[in-house]
Every structure is written in C-alpha cells, then in structure tokens.
Design a protein around this ligand. Structure first.
Ligand SMILES: NC(=O)c1ccc[n+]([C@@H]2O[C@H](COP(=O)([O-])OP(=O)(O)OC[C@H]3O[C@@H](n4cnc5c(N)ncnc54)[C@H](O)[C@@H]3O)[C@@H](O)[C@H]2O)c1
Length: 466
C-alpha cells in the first residue's frame, strides 16, 4: 500500500468516527458498531417521555429505602441511611446474593430498631425487592455491569434509583438510563460522593462567586494504586474490576475526578462535553506484578491485560474549555484526583490543596491567606451538617453529606443535586475513551444526553435549596 493511500485510510477513519460514519481500515471495534454508537449523538426523544431536568416530585416525608448490594461499598452506604433513621429515612429491604454479606448490615439496622425484609441466596431476588410497595428509593451498590439492568428495572417499577459509580459502562447503558428515567418520570442519581467533599464544594462555591473569573481548563483523575485489591480475592466479588483490565482499554473510572470539575464548569447547565481524544500508555504493571503473586492466584503470570497503566483523556467543551482526565490504578504512586481548575483570576490544585490568585501569580497563597478564602467560601452545607459529618464520616465526611442531600431532597420534593444527564455525561467517558483509543486516539464526539437542554443556564440544587 503506498504512503498516500495509507494516509487516506487514516484520515477517512478519523473523519468517519467524528461524524459517525462507517470508516475503512482496521480497528478492534467492528465499524458497524462504531457507526451505530456514534449516530446516537442526540436521538429524537421517543414519544411518551419527557425531560427530567428539575424533576419535582411530591415530598416523601420519611424515605423508604431498599439497599441492593452489600459488599464493601453497600455496607457503608447502608450505615449512612441508618444514620438518618427515623426522621428522614427507613431501610425497608436489603439484598445481597451472598448470604455472608447480610449479617453486618442487618445487625446495624436491628440495633437502631429497623427490621428490613431480607433478599439473599439468589441472583434475582433483587427484582422482587424492587417490586415492593414499601420502597421509594433503590440504592444500587453492585458491580459495574449490573448497574444499568438493575436501575432500569427498579425505575420501571416506579422507584427512584441511586447508583454507584460509574452509573453505566456503555453508551447504550447511558441511553437506557436516560430513556427509562424520562419514561417513568423518576430520579436517577449517580452516587458521585466526591462532589460533596469539603475541598470540592469550597472550590465550587468560589467559582459560584466569581473568584476564578472565566474558567478555561481543569484536570481530574483517579490515581489510586489498587494492585493488591485487583489480585486479592477478598475484594471485588469474582474480581469484577480486574475483568475490565482484561477486557478493555480507556478510562474505567472517570467520575470521581470529573464530577466536581464538570460541576465547576456548569456541564449540562450552560456548557457540555463536545468531543474527546484518549491515549493510554503501555500496560506493564499488572503483568509484572502477576509474576509475584501466589501460583494459585487466577491471575498468576498473566500477560493478557489490555488496559494501559495510565490513560489520558482530553475533553473539549462546547464553550472551548479543556479537561484532562487521568486513570491509573496500578502505578506505585500516592492517591490523587488532581482537582485542578484554571480561570483568568485564580488557579487551584489539589493533593495537597493549593490556591493561586491573579496579582500574586508566581506563588501559592500562604496558609493564612488560603484560610481567609476557606472561611469566606466554605460551602454552608458543611457547617449545617458538621455534627453528622463528625459522627458518620465516610471519605472524610463527603459520603454522609451526599446521603443526607439525596434523602433530604426526596423528603422535601426538591430536584436532586445530580440528575440522570450528569450521571450519563460523566459515565459516557468510559466507552468514548475506549472507542477513541481503539481507532488510534482520534477525536470522538460526546453524546448530548440532554437533547439540547444543556444550553440553558441553571444553578445546581446545592446553591438553591439547602
Ligand atoms: N463512591 C465510592 O467512593 C465508591 C467506593 C467503592 C466502590 N464504589 C462502587 O460501588 C460499587 C460496588 O463496589 P464494592 O467495592 O462494594 O464491590 P463488592 O464486590 O465488594 O460488592 C458488590 C456486592 O454486590 C453483590 N451482588 C452482585 N450481584 C448481585 C445480585 N445479582 N444480587 C444481589 N447482590 C449482588 C455482591 O455479592 C457483593 O457483595 C461499584 O460500582 C464501585 O465502583 C464506589
């Protein structure tokens, strides 16, 4: 093949992915699938469903909660709901297919006088639980691939759902969540707890008050060395997380870093993700580490991990901003979500938190100056909930604030802080980054799950009703 022809094929592949046409050339993804996926940029809203932006429902009073999945995360989430019993919430049913996961939560609930119905020992018991009349909200803390089918079914029974992160691992899954929430007119919130962190709400509040000026770019990450957990059988039932390292490249877990940055930038509330490119490094850490684990470990001496050690995904927004999203769960380096935000008047970077203000551009503000900004712009929800945060914690308190906000909004009949369009825009990075990489790190358009409503400027609920 001559040089010109090769370039033509490369170019036509790239153009085709951008526009959602079937490209020529070679790819790990069947092109027919890419075409279909990318053609779903903003499909017409099917008849019989309506937007759920600012969805208002009748106040629920005490929210009746069903907990689905009581592994590492679900057990902690159940404790947080329990902390809101009896005034705000009650757990009426709990479910985990593994019997062994039931007693810790059941004991906690019994100690506070709650006697939930238990579903266990079967893969499908959760369906019966979702059909119960005494359930308003299903909290889903199961492995990634179960989130969408469980949430869709629960919503079809008329229940609100709160899903752990990422809400969906595929674009089809994202659309299924949007369409079901719109058909049933129920809430579908992704439990992106980091949006409620003290530092993140402080930065958000500074953005809200204009401290950053015009926002230009941000950096978000999930950098967390999980090698031991990935290889260990006591974490992640059936090693569902490791399965993704064998299955696909890209960013498997974008939302912890991205959620707050998307909120700083009013994504879906005046701006939107427009397109992205993604590039991964080589894979080396897992195959090297696999030689060091017990020979009985199912991942011993494996070399077939397809997920690069570090994934860099770069998103361009409709307003022209850029966001770098990193994913690295295997390198021996300290935890970081980066949490960087640049504006014309200020710059913040996390890990550790540092602030620079225009006029003193060449240095970080000193401790005393930062404290002034912290005192002035700390989000009031952290003061309002300080006793509950001190008592219940959860990632430094952000988990309690999140659960409180979810339940409180349902108590009051307020729109939730994060809706199905946030859940899907942030989660869609998983498959979009995979597609970009498999087609040679080319630009891929991001779907608009709001179907045009992103242009409307809207305040986050955390600034309206608290
Ligand atoms: N937001 C956070 O900070 C945070 C932290 C950890 C995990 N997570 C998320 O929480 C979710 C769960 O993670 P985890 O670490 O608790 O995993 P885990 O493997 O410890 O727990 C999953 C649980 O789901 C249960 N389960 C699976 N299929 C089921 C079915 N059909 N019916 C009933 N129960 C079923 C399993 O038995 C298991 O106990 C994931 O989406 C993960 O990404 C979020």
């Amino acid at each position: 093949m001559n040089h010109q022809r090769r370039n033509f094929i490369k170019l036509s592949s790239a153009t085709a992915a951008w526009f959602g046409l079937a490209p020529a050339g070679s790819s790990k993804i069947p092109f027919s699938q890419v075409e279909e996926l990318l053609n779903r940029q903003a499909p017409e809203r099917p008849q019989g469903q309506a937007s759920v932006i600012n969805l208002r429902k009748a106040p629920l009073g005490q929210v009746k909660v069903a907990m689905l999945g009581l592994g590492n995360r679900g057990t902690g989430q159940a404790k947080l709901v329990n902390a809101l019993f009896p005034d705000k919430a009650k757990i009426t049913a709990i479910c985990d297919m593994r019997d062994i996961r039931i007693p810790p939560t059941l004991d906690t609930l019994k100690a506070s006088g709650q006697t939930p119905v238990v579903y266990s020992g079967s893969k499908d018991g959760w369906m019966e639980m979702c059909r119960r009349d005494d359930v308003d909200l299903v909290v889903i803390c199961t492995p990634w691939d179960d989130h969408v089918p469980m949430a869709v079914y629960a919503m079809q029974q008329g229940k609100h759902v709160a899903i752990e992160v990422p809400a969906a691992m595929t674009l089809q899954g994202c659309w299924d969540l949007v369409n079901t929430a719109e058909q049933m007119q129920v809430n579908c919130m992704m439990l992106e707890n980091v949006c409620y962190g003290d530092e993140e709400l402080w930065v958000l509040n500074m953005v809200h008050h204009g401290v950053f000026g015009t926002l230009t770019y941000g950096e978000a990450a999930y950098i967390h060395n999980l090698k031991d957990q990935l290889f260990g059988s006591e974490h992640y039932q059936h090693n569902w997380r490791m399965a993704y390292h064998l299955k696909q490249d890209g960013n498997h877990y974008p939302t912890h870093g991205l959620g707050p940055v998307a909120q700083y930038m009013s994504i879906n509330r005046g701006d939107k993700f427009n397109h992205l490119v993604s590039m991964s490094s080589l894979q080396a850490s897992l195959s090297e580490y696999s030689k060091t684990v017990e020979t009985t470990n199912e991942f011993y001496n494996r070399t077939d991990f397809v997920h690069g050690d570090m994934d860099n995904t770069l998103v361009k927004t409709a307003m022209g901003r850029t966001i770098l999203i990193q994913h690295d769960v295997v390198t021996p380096r300290p935890y970081s979500r980066i949490n960087a935000l640049a504006g014309t008047k200020a710059y913040h970077e996390g890990y550790p938190s540092r602030l620079a203000i225009a006029g003193k551009d060449h240095e970080w503000l000193d401790e005393a100056a930062v404290k002034e900004y912290q005192d002035k712009y700390r989000h009031p929800i952290w003061d309002k909930l300080k006793d509950g945060i001190a008592k219940n914690g959860g990632h430094g308190g952000m988990d309690f604030v999140q659960m409180y906000r979810l339940i409180d909004c349902l108590n009051q009949g307020w729109p939730l802080d994060m809706d199905v369009y946030d859940a899907t825009a942030w989660s869609s990075i998983v498959e979009l980054s995979k597609i970009s990489i498999e087609l040679g790190s080319i630009p891929v358009k991001c779907p608009d799950f709001t179907r045009g409503a992103w242009e409307e400027k809207r305040q986050l609920g955390i600034f309206q009703n608290i």
